[in-house]
Design a protein around this ligand. Structure first.
Ligand code: FAD
Length: 333
């Protein structure tokens, strides 16, 4: 028999559906500390309405378990520890996630849209035989997600009919879950036998006292206008006065001025700091795709026609080699 639902029973039904949701957030960490994007993914998972569990796979990750247990919105922590989870290789973590899924039957599996999440979840989705949804910026309902396309210039709303929804979350699109006030219980899950397909050998981290690019409140980025890697020193000096991270355009990376982990844009990192200072960057759409959600944008460019000025809140038409040292000096006073 068909029943016609009025508004209040429709609300009840939506509430009922949400109670049946359960989401697994795969935590990104280094066995010592949680990577901030996991907190954004937890907020996104919370918007689905059901229970949120976190999977922590690592080698000796008690500190991370403690950290997540205090995060608001997390109900349960699943912990798997084994040497083979060193370096978070997707080949090793995927069987673990599949086993966990068999046991708990989550309706959703997600992670941050970082190199970690983008490496891991497509593999998980393929093994579950479902299509993943990448880099979402909004959750409309448990099966409807919004993401950007065309270098961030259009929004696409995706309805996902898969039995398990597997997705990555753009960190800058969701607030970080509060790191205090939660009281999640943790339980050990059995580790999976090493897949042995690949082996983690070592990791060389770029050492920097500056904040991490994707979570910094202030970002100073340089483009081809800097003319050389040595000239980036001007930006490092300015950044140090502002406690800022330093980013770059793809042209600056391709020219070998700076390493590619500094690239901001469609094929680089997506940032949305309080303040973004673009120096010697023309403002191509692929660059804007990575920074146009910044709260305040300042552009320094000698060409008054540069497209960057169309998105800038404050524009300075000037020679960067003069303007940047002047700014650094003014901040030193
Ligand atoms: P340019 O466009 O050459 O601009 C340099 C600017 O510096 C100019 O505006 C000039 O007026 C100014 N300038 C020069 N000298 C001075 C001076 N002395 N003082 C002040 N200003 C000065 N780009 C990205 O940044 N990120 C991406 O992720 C990205 N992904 C891409 C993906 C695809 C598929 C494609 C096709 C392109 C992508 N690009 C990306 C490249 C993008 O199209 C542009 O080529 C690039 O952003 C240009 O970098 P730029 O602004 O540093 O260089």
């Amino acid at each position: 028999m068909n029943r016609v639902l009025n508004k209040s029973s429709l609300r009840n039904l939506t509430g009922l559906i949400q109670r049946f949701q359960s989401t697994l957030v795969v935590a990104e960490h280094n066995n010592d500390k949680l990577t901030p994007i996991t907190l954004n993914a937890i907020t996104a998972a919370g918007k689905l309405g059901g229970d949120v569990s976190c999977l922590i796979a690592g080698t000796n990750c008690a500190k991370v378990v403690e950290e997540i247990s205090k995060v608001q919105g997390v109900k349960k922590i699943l912990v798997a520890q084994h040497d083979s989870y060193k370096g978070a290789l997707p080949e090793e973590l995927t069987p673990l996630i599949l086993e966990t899924q068999k046991q708990f039957n989550f309706t959703h599996i997600c992670a941050g849209a970082s190199a970690f999440g983008k490496n891991l979840l497509p593999r998980v989705a393929a093994k579950l035989d479902v299509a993943p949804v990448s880099d979402i910026i909004e959750i409309k309902s448990p099966d409807t997600f919004v993401r950007t396309i065309y270098a961030g210039n259009a929004l696409s709303t995706v309805k996902c009919n898969e039995a398990v929804k597997v997705f990555t979350v753009r960190g800058t699109a969701f607030e970080a879950a509060s790191a205090e006030g939660g009281s999640a219980a943790s339980e050990e899950v059995a580790s999976t036998p090493p897949a042995g397909v690949s082996e983690w050998l070592e990791q060389n981290l770029t050492k920097s006292d500056r904040p991490e690019l994707t979570s910094a409140k202030v970002v100073v980025s340089g483009g081809r206008g800097l003319k050389s890697g040595e000239n980036f020193k001007l930006l490092y000096d300015l950044a140090d006065k502002l406690n800022a991270a330093v980013g770059a355009s793809r042209a600056a990376v391709d020219a070998g001025f700076v390493p590619n982990d500094m690239q901001v844009g469609q094929t680089g990192k997506i940032v949305a700091p309080e303040l973004y200072i673009a120096v010697g960057i023309s403002g191509a759409i692929q660059h804007l795709a990575g920074m146009k959600d910044s709260k305040t944008i300042v552009a320094i460019n000698k060409d008054p026609e540069a497209p960057i000025f169309q998105v800038a809140d404050y524009g300075l038409v000037a020679d960067l080699f003069k303007a940047v040292p002047e700014m650094t000096e003014a901040l030193s006073k």
